[in-house]
Ligand binder design. Structure first.
Ligand code: GLN
Length: 537
């Protein structure tokens, strides 16, 4: 039977619960155990799919097409275990399931309540879709004490009671501030946070203390005494120089060791930290800079393009360069300033996006990349913009556009049912947007002798999608005659998946999101190749 590890957070948010959980998952996996890692989010949205990246950062897409919390991206990158739909749940989803069931009369007239119905649904999530995993790590979003997280905390308390303490472990991550004025490390916020958790019936077994400075033995003893945990189970996590150092730091603090000890288990294999050591060294010592411009709508929010930022860094690691990300707000990019703004960049990237704002700035930047032979990567919306740019400026279709943005345009990008054989828009067919997204893993076949095939070194690829609109395949010959090749297609030859330019050293647009599959220990070939081209530019 699986052992369950619950990770809660206290004092403040953004302490790195996701990174701590992911590092622990890596260490346990590296010891030879089968691990699963999941996230429970206390907000009321059914999933983060409709949330603005400004609110919640990136929407991470899984192989099986779930739109999930960005922490699942951390998990995948650290553990190399692909997350599933069944690894993320929100309060909104729980309530929506319960209300649907209630409407169908499935509660047989009973009063439907938080306890037991909501807590039961949470417990079903925790143990659902598990086969032969040794460990299931469940992170609870938010901070203990929030109204929203109460049902989750109650559910994990009940769960632990049901499976027994020998099969469940509670880890609480707290903040241990350093006060400059008194030159002291303060344990009181941790004590209060644990008190709060205990008032909800949960005694943590391990406390991870996030701190700017190393925590001296005396303070550790204090935490151990007041919070009622063994001194060896007071684990510190001091700010790391790069996130790739986190597994090393937790290993040095013996987090994995204490977890195994708690469950009376022995390591099956020796932990391999070498890849993380190597990567940390590269990240810290590489001096050569490559400037990559990311032109998008949410560039000022740190987490809005999390997987993309990471994938570019991975590409840099692979090429022994430091990638400097120059984030440019597409809205503010005026065509007259393009030369000046993009003068010092060696690569231009237009990420995924939705809606009209800032599109003209993106299109101007693509023209600039095309004409000046600057390496260009367009992802999803970025690819669609590249197709529009080419149609307008090379095919001379002046009103070429996407029906997402302009109902009156000539849709070189549109919904599948929108164009007739001549590529003309059929009016009135694109009103219903619900449930029409292409989500998750899809296969594509790559054209012989194309740049993309050289990069992937494979005839077929599987990549993750998250979009509603497609490139108008009826215009394929027109594009190809003028030098824009549709070098990747869906297996039925209907949907263009990849475009590239014949007369350009590196100009690629992809309808999917390769960034979701890049890992620090296995950089995605597309990003490695893009950064290599930028390095040579
Ligand atoms: N808005 C575009 C579409 O729905 C692109 C989406 C994206 O970039 N993820 O097709």
């Amino acid at each position: 039977m699986a052992r369950y590890i619950f990770v809660t957070g206290g004092v403040v948010s953004s302490l790195g619960k996701g990174l701590s959980s992911a590092s622990l998952a890596y260490l346990l996996k590296s010891q030879g155990y089968k691990v699963r890692i999941r996230k429970m989010d206390p907000y009321l949205n059914v999933d983060p799919g409709t949330m603005s990246p400004f609110q919640h950062g990136e929407v991470f897409v899984t192989n099986d097409g779930a739109e999930t919390d960005l922490d699942l991206g951390h998990y995948e990158r650290f553990t190399n275990i692909s997350a599933k739909k069944s690894d993320n749940i929100t309060t909104g989803k729980i309530y929506s399931d319960i209300i649907k069931k209630e409407r169908r009369g499935k509660y047989l007239g009973k009063t439907v309540q938080v306890i037991p119905h909501v807590t039961d649904r949470i417990k079903d999530f925790i143990k659902g879709d598990i086969t032969n995993e040794d460990f299931v790590i469940c992170e609870i979003g938010g901070t203990v004490g929030d109204i929203e997280s109460l049902p989750f905390v109650e559910a994990i308390r009940q769960f632990s009671n049901e499976v027994g303490r020998s099969k469940s472990l509670f880890i609480h991550l707290t903040f241990v501030p350093f006060l400059k004025s008194s030159d002291e490390i303060k344990t009181k916020p941790t004590q209060h946070s644990v008190k709060e958790l205990r008032s909800l019936g949960i005694q943590p077994d391990i406390i991870i203390c996030r701190s700017q400075k190393n925590i001296p033995l005396d303070q550790r003893k204090k935490i151990s005494l007041f919070c009622n945990v063994l001194i060896e189970n007071v684990i510190e996590t001091v700010d790391v120089r790069t996130i790739y150092e986190a597994p090393i730091s937790f290993f040095n603090e013996k987090l994995d060791n204490q977890v195994l000890k708690y469950f009376k288990l022995k390591p099956r294999k020796k932990v391999n930290l070498l890849p993380w050591k190597k990567i940390t060294k590269t990240v810290l010592n590489t001096k050569k800079l490559v400037n990559i411009a990311i032109i998008g709508k949410y560039v000022n929010l740190k987490d809005a393009y999390k997987s993309l930022d990471e994938a570019l860094i991975h590409g840099g690691i692979h090429n022994n360069v430091k990638v400097s990300l120059i984030r440019i707000e597409s809205d503010k990019l005026k065509p007259s300033q393009i030369n000046k703004v993009l003068k010092n960049v060696s690569g231009i990237l237009i990420p995924g996006g939705f809606g009209k704002r800032g599109t003209e700035g993106k299109i101007s930047a693509i023209s600039y990349a095309r004409k000046n032979k600057i390496p260009f990567l367009g992802i999803c919306f970025g690819m669609q913009m590249a197709v529009i740019e080419f149609a307008r400026n090379i095919l001379k279709i002046k009103n070429a556009g996407s029906s997402e943005l302009d109902k009156k345009c000539y849709p070189v990008i549109g919904l599948l049912n929108e164009w007739n054989k001549n590529g003309k828009l059929i009016k009135g067919t694109n009103e219903n947007l619900g449930g029409t997204m292409r989500l998750g893993l899809y296969k594509a076949k790559l054209r012989h002798n194309s740049l993309i095939k050289k990069i992937y070194k494979s005839k077929f690829i599987f990549e993750r999608h998250r979009h509603r609109y497609e490139v108008n395949n009826n215009l394929r010959n027109k594009f190809e005659n003028k030098g824009m090749i549709f070098s990747g297609m869906s297996p039925d030859d209907m949907l263009p998946e990849i475009i590239e330019l014949k007369n350009h050293p590196w100009f690629i647009g992809v309808q999917y999101h390769p960034e979701f599959k890049s890992r620090p220990l296995a950089p995605h070939p597309l990003f490695s190749s893009f950064i290599k081209a930028a390095k040579l530019y």
